[in-house]
Structure formats: C-alpha cells, structure tokens
Design a protein around this ligand. Structure first.
Ligand code: FES
Length: 740
C-alpha cells in the first residue's frame, strides 16, 4: 500500500504559512487580546527568528535555546523570548494559526515536553517556556484547554525545549482513508479563513473599506491581489462595522488566478468551511461532503442522474442533443438542478448550513463535462471526438447555477484526458497514482465506457473502450440495476449444475433456510452487473457454456435447467413464476452481449500493452462502484482482464470520487494531476487496426489465443464444446484441448 503523502508530494503540497504581523488588538468574544511579543535584550529582529548565527539544524549555539519540534524532528536555535509559533514558522513546522498570534483562535496549541530526551540529546527544564500567561488562562477558563497544552503564539522559548505539535494543530493534517487501498491526503485546501483587523476610515486619508481590507490581508497575511465579487462587496460595509473593524475572511487561493474572497464574517469567526467532491456519472451522481479543516467526510450521498430520461447511455444523450434543438440546454438544466438537490441533501444529512459549502470539485466523463458546463456535446458524438477544452477549469459556482451552496463558492473541474477519457479517469489517476508505481499497473474503470490506464513510473497510457451497458445489467434479458432483490452472487455446482445465489439486501444464500422469508419484501427481481459476470463465469466453469460462449443443450449439459429458445438455449437461474415472481434466465443473447463487452475491455487493455511492448501486467486495479463488486476470479474466467495472480487483482472502489476528494483537500494535487494528464499518452481505440484483431480473439471465454496460466492454477475449465445444432456435440460436448 502506498501513501499519498510521499515526501515529494508533501514538498509539492505544503504551503508555507505567512507570518502575520503583530497588531494591536481589542478584546473579543471574551478572550483577552495577546500582548505583542516583548522585545528581547537583543532587539526586535531577534523576536522574529533565529539568533544571529543560529542554524536551523541546531548546530549553532551563541547561548540561544535549542527548540526541537515533534513529530517533524525539525530543530533550530532561537533567541530567548521567541514565541514558539514564530520558531515553528521559521523552521517550516506545520503549526496552524487563524487569528495571527492574537491568542483567540487556539489553533496554535502545542504540548511542551520536560525532562530528559536522550534521543534528542537535550534536557528540558521546567522553565524552558515562559510562564503561563493571562491570555492562556482566560482562554482556558472560557473555552477550555487540555491539560499540558500551551498556546504557541503565547508561550515563548526561554531554554532548550522539545515541543510536540498535536495533529489538530497541524494545517496540513493527514487524512487517512480506511479502505482496501489506503492513501493519505495532506490537507492543503484552497479555501481557508483569515482573521484580520482593518484600519478604520479616516477623513484625512480617504480610502474605501475594501481597499483597507485588502491592505489588511496583505499586511497581516501576505495575501496580495485579492478580488471580491459584487454581491460580497455589497455585504462588506455592514460586516466590517458589526465586527468593529475586525473580521474573518474566507479566501480562496488556488494554484493559479487571483485570490478571491468567498465569504466574510464579523469578528473572529470559528465556524467551519466545507467542500463537495462530486463524481458526476452518466447513471449516478455521487457527492462527498468534506470538512475543509480536517478533511473528514461528513456525509456521502448519491442520486440518479436525471438526464437518464433523455437517454440511458452517453451516446443516446448526445443524439438527443443533436436531434432536439435546445436538448443540450434541457440536460444541462436537469443535471444542475440535481446537483443543487444533492448539495442540500448532504448538507442536511451532516446538519450544516449549505451556504458554508465554499468549494466543489467535479470529476466526470467528457459528455457529462460538456453538459454540466452548458457546452453542446455534439462534437463528442462523431470523429474526431474533439473536446471544447480538455484543460482543468476553475470558476464561480454561480456560473453553473449552483445556487444551493455559498453564492461565492468556487468550482474546480479536473482536466479531461481525451475525447472519450474524462476527468473521472484523471481522478482515478490521481487516486491510484500509476505514475508512481514500480509495478506495471492496469487500471480499469468499468462503466458504459471502460476507461483504461496502463503504466508505471516510467510511462502511463490511457484509452477508452466501448463496452456498452451490458456490464451494468442493461441489454441483459433479466438484467437490472444494482438494487435490493437483484442477484449479485452466483455459484453453480459443477456436477448437478444446480445454482445458488445471493441477492442485494440479504446475506443468505438462496439455499439457506430463511432465504425466502428474508427476501419476502424485495423478492428476487433480476440480475445486476456483478451477478451476470458471476453466473456466466460459473456456467463456463460448470461446463454449461463452452469456450466459444455457446450454451449446451439439456442433453449435452445433463440438466433440466437448460431450456430451448429456438435454435439456442437458455439456463434457468431462478423460477419464481409459481409465486408470481419472474423467470430469471441467462440466454444465449445475454452471453453474446457480455462477450462483446468483455472483448472490448480486453482489447483496449491489450492495445495499451502492445504500445508498451509487454505481454503481461503485474497488477490489475478495478475501479468504479461496479469494480468494487466484481469477483476477480469470475472476471478472469470470462477473460475481461489479462491473466495475473488473483491476489494481484485489486478493487479500488470509487477511485474517481476519491481523486475528486484529494483535489478538493489539496491544491498541490491539482497541480500534480494537471501535469500528469499532460504526460499521459492517449491511444484512440477507434482508429487502431489492431483493436479489431484483439477484439475478435478476446471473444472466446476466456480467450482464443492468450494463455491464462495464473487462472489455470486456481480454476480448471471443462473441455466442452457445443455446436449450434443443439445436440450434435454429443453428451460430452466434443472434447477439446484442455486450457491451461
Ligand atoms: S495563533 Fe491564534 S491563538 Fe495562537
């Protein structure tokens, strides 16, 4: 497992915090203002940093105090009287501050250690820090302060000291994802709050309130060139006066473009800001509501993309736009309304004010991208599949009619990789980082269109492959979307050919006692995507289907579950007709649909392997909600993916959504993925002559020519072969070469 917060990434992501200037302050919210740091005998300059000749590595002495920070291990010598926060800033130690050393935000809490520290070669005396002061005392009395903690802006270095920075005092906290593939995210959101004290208007030096607020941001936080939109400017004067010229400003500072005020609050505001990471899929829209302070996911929710009423798949929506004047506008309106509804739903679930959502990051395929932005997707429906723009986009949420969230909220859209390889694939690349892998990784995001990445730290390629909707249960006779009652797991006894299955919403197998009662409400309604893969793979493993994908007759297979359908056959998986339920069968047409889909997927992967001149990969990562439910063994029996040890087939869950969340919480990640997308080599499957060749060979189950040695270690596929005559194959089906 790799960590997102590699040392190089941290260097990339960490944002140095400006050192605010000390400012005279007035009492606020019951918390006394901090006095300015006193000048030491060595002069004011010494207050702000290392002693003359002091070395950040702690090698200098000159009578200055050695300050060692944990867990970073950073150390340096500082003049006696230097505030701990100042020392931290000088050394680049990650210690937060919102109030600018005024003793009111408590973000700068530290825990000093006393006594012997043999590891650091230092003894810390009881008076290594200045005495507990009145600001800290008052803060503790009113707001509470954990025993042993000090405020880093108040405590001053008086002697050698070891200082621990607790996680909650770090700006760039690590957010640990608890999933199969763990990535740490280093917090560095684009939007943060800054407390400032603004000069009052002066008749003798006339200037606008906004100009003086800008001066304050520049002077106290070194934020220059900040911009403000008119609606916020209208609110500025009452807020400044209500706060008695002290305000907290939420500022969005991205990796490009000017800093922008997104909200302003009177006085010192201790509220939280939130962001949405949205994976806008053609079928579903999924949103994670994240706390921009600590990265916590407060709520996750999803809803069906309402554009489905204009067309099930992407191309039918493009067709709708082509055939119906204004059709694209209708679809744009529908999806924007849905996103507003989703924002309100997650805010409600998390019990937060939706207006405190100040950022939204989107990943999506190119057609969804164009429709969200209000760009007619017609060019994506025909060669050469030109994007209006593939670059990442930063804009105001208002431009997308996202009225449910903060009116000045910002939107970031990850870059698109190509005409059929979208920002969702860029999200997968950001989450899974094939470009940092030693192993050759094949990453497959299975949907209506499979998006495929192949590569390692040397080179990464991408393509999309037109798998169609069969993997999602569409075009399958008993297929349905994943919902309670849908068959998702299947096992078939290779001797009796009898199946047993599980449905979504029930942990029991169909042959377990109590299954009927447990599924009485949902019923057994159909087969979802993962179920159809399992049942066909199980049929192949049980000798019901041959390598060509043909279902044998009842005589050939030796099972009454095979029923004739014209010149071909179907396998009865479940007959609920006696109770008024459905007859669920797997037909020859179903198998053909899955063969086409899996051949397209394999051929796309194989094409990328050709480009890299390789015949095997080290690892297969299945991304997407569907990938999370596919059984690796069954996927490989079908030949959806190249042969690798089963232990090397990994599900990454919703990697695209995770990529959106990473980009939401870390501005550096936006820079990183923009650079990486520019480096990814795109392969267009539609114009590659070898695609067809690979497609045809991949039609067999698992494959006509490629060996599957790893698969054969765990599964022995029966050597059956059935012809279309429905009986000419003989009871043994005509023996064929044993695969593997
Ligand atoms: S910096 Fe705000 S309380 Fe110390």
């Amino acid at each position: 497992m790799r960590s997102y917060a590699r040392s190089d990434m941290r260097v990339l992501c960490l944002r140095s915090q400006p050192l605010p200037q000390a400012h005279p302050i007035l009492p606020f919210a019951g918390i006394a203002p901090a006095p300015l740091a006193p000048k030491t005998a060595r002069g004011n300059a010494r207050d702000l940093g290392m002693a003359d000749g002091g070395m950040a590595d702690g090698s200098g002495t000159n009578g200055d105090a050695l300050v060692i920070f944990t867990p970073s291990g950073k150390r340096g010598r500082f003049a006696v009287g230097t505030p701990v926060l100042t020392a931290a800033r000088q050394l680049g130690v990650d210690l937060d501050s919102v109030c600018g050393m005024r003793g009111i935000c408590s973000k700068c809490q530290i825990t000093p250690g006393y006594g012997e520290f043999p590891k650091h070669g230092v003894t810390v005396a009881a008076d290594a820090l200045s005495d507990w002061n009145a600001v800290e005392e008052r803060y503790k009395r009113i707001r509470g302060l954990t025993e042993g903690r000090r405020l880093g802006c108040q405590a001053k270095v008086m002697g050698d000291v070891v200082i621990d920075v607790p996680p909650e005092s770090q700006v760039h906290k690590q957010v640990i994802r608890k999933s199969a593939t763990v990535r740490d995210i280093t917090m560095d959101p684009a939007t943060r709050t800054y407390y400032v004290e603004v000069a009052e208007p002066d008749m003798h030096e006339p200037s606008g309130d906004w100009q003086r607020l800008k001066d304050a941001l520049k002077g106290q936080w070194q934020i220059e060139g900040v911009e403000i939109d008119l609606p916020l400017l209208r609110r500025l004067q009452p807020v400044l006066r209500k706060g008695e010229w002290k305000v907290t400003v939420a500022v969005h500072k991205e990796h490009r473009g000017p800093a922008r005020v997104v909200d302003i609050f009177p006085g010192f505001w201790e509220g939280r800001l939130y962001g949405l990471a949205i994976d806008l899929g053609s079928t579903t829209i999924a949103a994670h509501l994240c706390d921009l302070t600590d990265g916590a996911v407060l709520a996750s929710s999803g809803l069906m993309n309402p554009q489905i009423r204009f067309g099930e798949d992407l191309m039918s929506r493009v067709s709708y736009a082509m055939m119906n004047p204004g059709g694209d506008v209708e679809m744009t309106k529908a999806v924007r309304e849905a996103i507003n509804a989703l924002a309100l739903a997650v805010a409600d679930e998390a019990k937060i004010d939706p207006k405190m959502i100040v950022e939204t990051v989107f990943v999506m395929n190119p057609v969804m991208h164009h429709l969200l932005l209000g760009i007619d997707p017609v060019e994506l429906g025909q060669a050469p599949f030109a994007l209006a723009s593939g670059e990442s986009i930063s804009m105001g949420a208002r431009e997308l009619d996202l009225t449910a969230i903060n009116p000045a909220a910002r939107v970031y859209v990850l870059p698109l990789i190509a005409g059929h390889v979208g920002a969702d694939c860029a999200g997968v690349a950001l989450s899974e980082e094939p470009n940092k892998s030693d192993e050759m990784e094949l990453i497959v995001d299975v949907g209506t269109n499979a998006e495929i990445l192949l590569g390692n730290k040397n080179r990464v390629l991408a393509c999309s492959s037109p798998t169609g909707p069969a993997f999602e249960g569409a075009q399958i006779s008993s297929g349905q979307r994943a919902a309670p009652g849908a068959i998702e797991r299947v096992e078939i006894d290779p001797v009796t050919k009898e199946p047993r299955f599980r449905v979504i919403g029930c942990d029991l197998w169909s042959d377990d006692p109590g299954f009927a009662a447990a599924t009485a409400t949902t019923g057994v309604t159909g087969i979802c995507g993962s179920g159809i893969i399992e049942v066909i793979a199980e049929m192949r493993m049980a000798g019901i289907v041959d390598a060509a994908g043909l279902i044998g007759s009842a005589e050939q297979v030796g099972s009454a579950r095979i029923v004739p359908q014209g010149r071909v056959h179907a396998y009865v998986l479940h007959d609920g007709s006696a109770d008024g339920g459905p007859l669920i069968t797997v037909t020859q047409t179903d198998i053909r649909a899955i063969q086409l889909a899996k051949s397209a997927l394999y051929a796309g992967a194989r094409l990328l392997m050709d480009e890299l001149h390789i015949d095997k990969v080290d690892k297969v990562i299945l991304a997407g909600a569907f990938g999370a439910h596919i059984s690796p063994k069954h996927a490989m029996v079908l030949g959806m993916i190249p042969d690798v040890p089963l232990s090397k087939v990994i599900s990454a869950g919703n990697a695209a959504g995770t990529g959106a969340r990473i980009a939401l919480l870390n501005v550096g990640a936006r820079v990183a993925i923009e650079g990486e997308v520019a480096r990814i080599h795109k392969v267009e499957t539609a114009i590659e002559p070898r695609f067809q060749e690979h497609f045809v060979a991949a039609n067999a189950i698992p494959h006509a020519t490629a060996p599957f040695p790893e698969l054969s270690k765990v599964v022995t596929l029966p050597d059956v072969a059935f012809n279309t005559g429905g009986g000419g194959g003989g009871a043994d089906g005509g023996r064929r070469r044993r695969r593997g």
